[in-house]
Design a protein around this ligand. Sequence first.
Ligand code: THU
Length: 133
Amino acid sequence: MSETDWEALKLAAMDARSRAYAPYSGFAVGAALQTKNGRVFQGCNVENASYGAAICAERGALVAAVAAGERDLVALAIVGGAERPTPPCGICRQCLSELAPDLRIRSYTDNGAFTDYELAELLPDPFDRTQLE
Ligand code: THU
């Protein structure tokens, strides 16, 4: 497994954030998701005039990875614009948990402060495929 270069992952998330489409909230978010073999997939939030149709940066990165054939996901960097690091929302926690329940997450403010999370601590008892049995 490749090590996580958090600095590079943060820069990739900042780069994605620069392309966020957030005219309604004004809250731009970028994400960068690293796969086990070292590839990085970016996402940014994409909002909509139908507000509920907004897609978060984290899910954007997730679907980009899956569409490229990558499902082995190890680390996620997030960059938001709040004073405190932005934790992933509940829907994103659920979506990430489907493929990467042990994901490591580092969320940054845009001035570089960060908080580390484990997805398993953010979503301790996920609804997963075993509940469908
Ligand atoms: N948002 C994200 O992209 N990721 C998060 O972790 C939290 C929220 C987006 C959704 C919406 O476009 C805007 O931030 C405000 O909620």
